[in-house]
Design a protein around this ligand. Structure first.
Ligand SMILES: Cc1ncc(COP(=O)(O)O)c(C=O)c1O
Length: 367
């Protein structure tokens, strides 16, 4: 793609940080992991961070640590990435999909409450595209029903809700560091929590079931190798130092897009501000009616763009979990309209101008 959809921002310092790990004998479970865990836990305003091999692994371990299992129900939005749905299926639990709010594209708290049954064991809230979900009512509902909340903050590092960091408000927060994320470790994720017992359990689960006091060949739990190497952690640590600069840069890009797109009435732009909060601009997603034609036209011109997201309840994988009670109208409607435009730190004003010009021509084409 001439203008890619996303592109990691790797500096000379990032490279040096990774190379310097290679000059040591500690390539896994070492000082960089501890430092990276501390830095992300601090960012989320909670005491515990557990580095894992991906955001998906982090979501999985939260459900496992909670003891979610066969026959249990887990509430989550359908308008999200596959990871949260898969984590529920890994534990043979049943995903219960809830619709989203049209403006923020985040889970609808009222429908969420209506979806709670005696079998509900957990709620996964996604901060979609880095826009914080409305956690006050959600936490109120969860507390009323005695349910734990997992914040899927994979797209929302550095976002803030009512002055508090996304990921640090629910019982668990999970961040993701895939290369399209504002901060990357190549592959990687982080679970954050205030609960010391849960932190302890998740630490063991990611390391083949070994408790911290156990020897290398002692395994108390059925665990996984979900560790994150020292190389990944060194990169993440270096990237995390620039989080404010990166988020400011991405916000400026989102503003530039929205200003240019005012001239195209067929396009709905995302909300730019949140009261008493901060959006983590992970992607810039617009809505428009002839999305598929536009997507094809932009791609033909070398402009990277994508449908974001395909609803989970419409995936063949989730067909067995279809629920006649489900009311996912907004999800289905919005998912046919969303288009992610090129969005990365090095994107220039000229490139935004070019994308918007190509978009203006494409949205008016009928086929
Ligand atoms: C909302 C959301 N949740 C979870 C994940 C999973 O993260 P990973 O790709 O690191 O497993 C992603 C990642 O892309 C995501 O966007």
């Amino acid at each position: 793609m001439r203008i890619p959809l996303s592109s990691p921002d790797i500096t000379a310092d990032d490279i040096e940080a990774v190379v310097s790990v290679l000059r040591t004998p500690r390539l896994s479970i070492g000082p960089k992991m501890e430092e990276f865990e501390r830095s992300i836990a601090d960012l989320a305003g909670v005491p515990h961070g557990i580095a894992v091999s991906s955001g998906t692994a982090g979501l999985h371990l939260c459900l496992r640590a909670l003891g979610v299992g066969e026959g249990d129900e887990v509430i989550l939005p359908s308008f999200t990435f596959i990871a949260a749905g898969n984590a529920v299926l890994y534990e043979r639990a049943r995903p219960v999909f809830v619709d989203i709010e049209r403006c923020t594209l985040n889970i609808d708290p009222e429908q969420l409450e209506r979806s709670i049954t005696p079998k509900t064991r957990a709620i996964i809230v996604v901060h979609t595209f880095g826009h914080p979900a409305d956690l006050d009512p959600i936490m109120g509902i969860a507390r009323k029903h005695g349910l734990p909340v997992i914040e899927d903050a994979c797209e929302a590092i550095g976002a803030r809700y009512q002055g508090r960091p996304a990921g640090g408000i629910g019982d668990f927060g999970v961040f993701g560091f895939y290369p399209n994320k504002p901060i990357t470790t190549g592959e990687g994720g982080m679970v954050v929590t205030r609960n010391p017992q849960m932190a302890h359990t998740i630490r063991a689960l990611r390391n083949q079931g070994r408790r911290e006091s156990d020897g290398w060949l002692d395994h108390r739990l059925l665990g996984y190798n979900y560790r994150l190497s020292e190389l990944n952690c060194a990169l993440g640590l270096e990237q995390a130092k620039r989080i404010d600069e990166i988020l400011d840069r991405r916000e400026a890009l989102a503003i530039q897009y929205s200003e240019e797109l005012q001239a195209i009435p067929e396009v709905t732009t995302p909300p730019l501000k949140i009261k008493d909060g901060r959006i983590c601009w992970f992607v810039y997603v617009i809505r428009l009616n002839n999305r598929d034609t536009t997507l094809r036209k932009l791609t033909e011109q070398g402009i990277g763009c994508a449908r974001y997201f395909a609803p989970l309840h419409l995936q063949p994988l989730f067909a067995p979990y279809a629920n006649p009670r489900d009311d996912l109208k907004i999800t289905e409607q919005v998912a046919g309209q969303t288009l992610a435009l090129p969005f990365f730190n090095a994107l220039t004003r000229e490139q935004i101008h070019e994308v918007c010009g190509a978009l203006r021509a494409a949205v008016r084409l009928k086929t």
